[in-house]
Write a protein that binds this ligand. Structure first.
Ligand SMILES: Cc1cc2nc3c(=O)[nH]c(=O)nc-3n(C[C@H](O)[C@H](O)[C@H](O)COP(=O)(O)OP(=O)(O)OC[C@H]3O[C@@H](n4cnc5c(N)ncnc54)[C@H](O)[C@@H]3O)c2cc1C
Length: 283
């Protein structure tokens, strides 16, 4: 094992925004060579952990996290097409693009992802998604570097068709020249639209919006805001957010999900990725 790779049993909860999840062997990698080594056994790739529900028992796979050498926020000048590392935090990029007068990422304001996770999920809002500016990705697949165009990833609503076990290491984007004032004006609109979102621990929207419907509205109309299992609660502010009031377990969260699904008449598909619950529960 390369010396700088950290590989030890670690509780995963602190690496997620919901703050839920048991242990796994965590490998934080700082180079492609280390990534190759870490991904030579069954593994899961962790981004900012903002769309994950991890089992209380943890996961048996290695969990691989791209370290600071995959974060290119400090190098981002934004001129022309830019390659950015997959561990670059989206909030910082959105702010940096605004101050440099570059347009294209305004709709991503407030999404607490890193680029790899944002691409995997095609993160976005009604104001735009990561797909709007993405040109291509470089990924490690079975130890080899491969490039795929954005078209090949078939990005759609909170969905991408990344090859299984492909790890995005960097991605190329194209932004449009604008002015800081114009970009800030759009950001203010996006920010206003996000005002109703809870500030407590969550993993964002739990469910995808069913065709032409709002999952949050359906949950709200079913009278489920405030419904609780242990410390897991349907947010009082936003029906599609499940919040952790303190000590929620994954079991609490899953029970709450089942209760919501049984009380909302329209089938609800999870937006979250579930780790450590077996294949059957991935919907
Ligand atoms: C408060 C809050 C608000 C949110 N608002 C929004 C919103 O407005 N819109 C929205 O779309 N989402 C939103 N989310 C959800 C979440 O931020 C997005 O789904 C985001 O894209 C997840 O990115 P991440 O880096 O946290 O990925 P993670 O949650 O760590 O992982 C998500 C998936 O991406 C995969 N992945 C991560 N990195 C890589 C990589 N390098 N290569 C390949 N696969 C990778 C993981 O294996 C996993 O399958 C919100 C979440 C929170 C907590």
């Amino acid at each position: 094992m390369p010396e700088t790779v950290m590989a030890k049993k670690t509780r995963l909860a602190p690496f997620t925004t919901l703050k839920v999840g048991g242990e796994a062997e965590l490998w934080e990698v700082l180079s492609l060579a280390e990534l190759k080594e870490a991904s030579s056994e069954p593994f899961l790739i962790l981004g900012a952990g903002s769309n994950l529900l991890i089992s209380d028992e943890g996961v048996t796979e290695r969990v691989v996290k791209l370290g600071k050498s995959f974060n290119s926020l400090d190098d981002f000048s934004g001129q022309g097409d830019v390659w950015l590392g997959a561990a670059t935090p989206l909030p910082g990029l959105v702010r940096r693009a605004a101050s440099t007068g570059l347009s294209g990422w305004e709709g991503l304001l407030g999404i607490p992802a890193v680029l790899g996770g944002a691409i995997a999920m095609n993160a976005g809002t009604r104001f735009g998604s990561i797909a709007d500016t993405l040109k291509e990705v470089e990924l490690m697949l079975a130890g080899e570097m491969v490039r795929l165009s954005a078209d090949e990833l078939k990005l759609s609503y909170r969905h991408s068709e990344l090859p299984k076990d492909g790890v995005i290491t960097r991605a190329r984007f194209s932004l449009t020249a604008s002015t800081p004032e114009k970009v800030e004006a759009v950001l203010a609109k996006v920010d206003a639209a996000r005002k109703g979102q809870p500030k407590i621990k969550s993993a964002g929207c739990a469910f995808k919006n069913p065709e032409a419907l709002s999952a949050g509205k359906l949950i709200d109309e079913a009278g489920l805001k405030g419904l609780k299992v242990g410390d897991a609660m349907v947010s009082l502010e936003h029906g599609n957010f499940i919040v952790n009031l303190g000590q929620a377990s994954a079991t609490d969260v899953l029970k709450l999900i089942d209760m919501i699904r049984s009380r909302v008449k329209v089938p609800l598909i999870l937006e979250w990725r579930l780790w450590g619950f077996g294949e059957a529960s991935h919907a």
